[in-house]
Design a protein around this ligand. Sequence first.
Ligand SMILES: [Zn+2]
Length: 210
Amino acid sequence: MRAPSTTALLVVDVQNDFCSGGALSVPHGERVVPLINAIQAQYDIIVVTQDWHPADHASFASQHPGRTIFDTVDMPYGPQVLWPDHCVMGSHGAALHEDLDVTRAQLVLRKGSHRGVDSYSALLEADRATRTGLDGWLTSRGVTEVHVCGLATDFCVAWTALDARRFGIAAAVIEEACRAIDLEGSLARAWSEMTAAGVRRLASADILAA
Ligand SMILES: [Zn+2]
């Protein structure tokens, strides 16, 4: 299935820190790489994102004395899960997986670089007000639908797909080209929210079929 030029592939956060051996590894995260490389051939518009934090980012448990990893704290914009230090800008952990093919990506979007605000989504930061600008980039190119893959299904992939719907863009998640963290039921919760918002599930076999 050759995707029309109004459909963009969003490749979310396939970075060393989210793969095996990384600071915030998603189980079997690196296994998405060959499939993502294969499906890219079906798209004309490809966007790759990178989580890209300053070393003192507010989502890091290390910045909250007395708190531990995976605690939830109240931030001015709402609840925030605390993570191990990860994807520090310029570090090896923040680099894209070396086997990920980015040859045809037209945009590499970095997110999460404001110290006090997290950004799971590639479209809206966690304050739900600050835009990354990706909505304008997509719509100015005539994109009306996005297919989302990468890491992790239940956080950055889900928030990106849900925000696409908020901006009136059709969205689907290529399930086999994602892996999840699944923290206390977060994967099931993410899928129920995505289903309710009209995010579709896509099988990679349908995309790769001629
Ligand atoms: Zn992050």
